[in-house]
Design a protein around this ligand. Structure first.
Ligand SMILES: N[C@@H](CCC(=O)N[C@@H](CS)C(=O)NCC(=O)O)C(=O)O
Length: 203
């Protein structure tokens, strides 16, 4: 088994954080996105979307999509449970995974694509799309801050896959994309400091 990885990318980092929380070690193969290695025919045979991360099993089966890869490891290594145990926990985790993806990571991605100099050579940028999505990112931060006012972690009292996914996405938004949250969002800051202090955050 091997995990096709890209050190600087937020989506492969989601999986690395998740694996660190599980205590599972998987050999990594670096794919250089800047050299467009993810669009080479051999790589497109593994993932036709041409994106990282991809988990390749020993029989050659390939799983892409960071959350799908995490789910595979959850089934293979159930302890500690990071996708919930009861029907309610599982539903809440699924709900927050979708909220983080759709209400936060999608607008972050739009700011990245339409508003960052590094992506300017890849697409015809629409500055208004970047501006509109900057506002959506800040709405996402507020949604998260409100949830964290009454919950230790995003989906409740326990650390789950949602925290791993959000940490990688939020660090990307705060760092390279340049859409940091307002530190007045005290609950979000408390959560960010706490999950960043876990050893898995180094992954
Ligand atoms: N929804 C996918 C997103 C994967 C993705 O966009 N990965 C980025 C790296 S962080 C990538 O490969 N970008 C290069 C490209 O799309 O060509 C996931 O969760 O795995």
């Amino acid at each position: 088994m091997k995990l096709y990885d890209y050190k600087a990318g937020p989506n492969p980092r989601r999986v690395r954080i998740f694996l660190a929380e599980k205590g599972v070690d998987v050999p990594l193969v670096e794919v250089d996105i800047l050299k467009r290695e993810q669009k080479a025919p051999e790589f497109l045979a593994k993932n036709p979307i041409g994106s990282i991360p991809v988990l390749e099993l020993d029989d050659g089966t390939c799983i892409s999509e960071s959350v799908a890869i995490c789910r595979y490891f959850e089934e293979m290594y159930p302890d500690p449970p990071l996708f919930g145990q009861t029907p309610l926990e599982k539903a809440m985790i699924e709900m927050w995974l979708r909220r983080v993806e759709l209400n936060f990571m999608v607008p972050v991605g739009m700011v990245w694509i339409h508003g960052h100099p590094l992506t300017a050579r890849l697409v015809k940028q629409i500055p208004e799309a970047a501006n509109q999505n900057r506002a959506r990112v800040h709405l996402g931060y507020k949604l998260l801050n409100t949830q964290l006012a009454t919950n230790t972690f995003i989906a409740g009292d326990d650390y789950t896959v949602v925290d791993a996914i959000l940490l990688a996405s939020l660090d990307f938004a705060n760092g390279l994309v340049g859409v940091p949250y307002d530190e007045g969002l005290a609950h979000l800051k408390r959560w960010h400091d706490a999950v960043s202090a876990r050893p898995s955050a180094q992954a």
